[in-house]
Design a protein around this ligand. Structure first.
Ligand code: KIV
Length: 265
């Protein structure tokens, strides 16, 4: 019987140079299939606002939506670690953050994910002290799409890249157990991954992170609006959902995904 994956498992994987494969899911049936395929972690992403609810951003997602989908996913998994996104404006004050993070943990998450840099350090240490592991998220953080002026690659300029490395170090010092890097140049993602001791997973961040994460609808070729450049449709090669996820895991392990066509330079 496979063992339950914990934050220590992910840390050991980084330490041993083993690749971490993660994907989003929003319901029990897909979560069960992904768990059986051997996915290491499932993110109940606020991307559900776009791929399930049909919005053009993640901003309309509510904490109750995240609780509902986290509960469903948690019922489906046996071994896979479940992490859950804190949606837009659900972590703007400490008290509000603690209350909302507790709802996600009680719904079955093992870790919560919050988007942003050093302004979150106090929040991260406060959550960790209260028994809630935190995953950070830097780069193209979709909740800030209106500040960025669109879904744009981040960290291309050298001053922005240096600032992102500093923010990543500060998040690690504050206690994050995992970091997601989204849509940044591959060499910057490698620099952050090499600098941090905690595991770093990427989406549109090249192949030199400790692992990858994909939105399940992209990986299965049923993206709602468009197929992002950094994603790959694994169903084309397999015609079967479980085999598609097994292929994704083996391609990440072999260093074949992401390929040069999925990378920002
Ligand atoms: O919400 C989500 O699905 C995410 C991933 C894209 C990392 O945050």
């Amino acid at each position: 019987m496979a063992k339950k994956i914990t934050t220590s498992t992910l840390q050991k994987m980084k330490d041993n140079g083993e690749k971490i494969s993660t994907i989003t899911a929003y319901d029990a049936s897909f979560a069960k299939l992904f768990d059986q395929a051997g996915i290491h972690a499932i993110l109940v992403g606020d991307s559900l606002g776009m791929v399930l609810q049909g919005h053009d951003s993640t901003l309309p997602v509510k904490i109750d939506d995240m609780v509902y989908h986290t509960t469903s996913v948690a019922r489906g998994v046996e071994n896979t670690l479940v992490l859950s996104d804190m949606p837009f404006m659900s972590y703007s004050t400490k008290e509000q953050t603690f209350e909302n993070a507790a709802k996600l943990m009680q719904a079955g998450a093992t870790m919560v994910k919050i988007e942003g840099g050093s302004w979150l350090c106090d929040t991260i240490s406060g959550l960790t002290e209260r028994g809630i592991p935190v995953c950070g998220h830097l780069g193209l953080t979709p909740q800030s799409v209106n500040v960025f002026g669109g879904f744009k690659v981040q960290g291309r300029e050298s001053d922005k890249a240096k600032a992102m490395i500093e923010e990543a170090k500060q998040l690690e010092a504050a206690g994050i157990k995992l970091l997601v890097l989204e849509c940044i140049p591959a060499d910057l993602a490698k620099a952050i991954t090499d600098t941090l001791t905690i595991p770093v997973i990427g989406i549109g961040a090249g192949k030199d992170t400790d692992g990858q994460i994909l939105v399940m609808y992209d990986a299965l070729g049923i993206s709602f609006n468009y197929m992002p450049k950094f994603s790959r449709n694994f169903i084309i090669d397999t015609g079967d959902i479980k085999q598609a996820i097994e292929l994704y895991i083996s391609e990440v392990n072999a260093g074949n995904f992401p390929g040069p066509e999925h990378i920002f330079n």
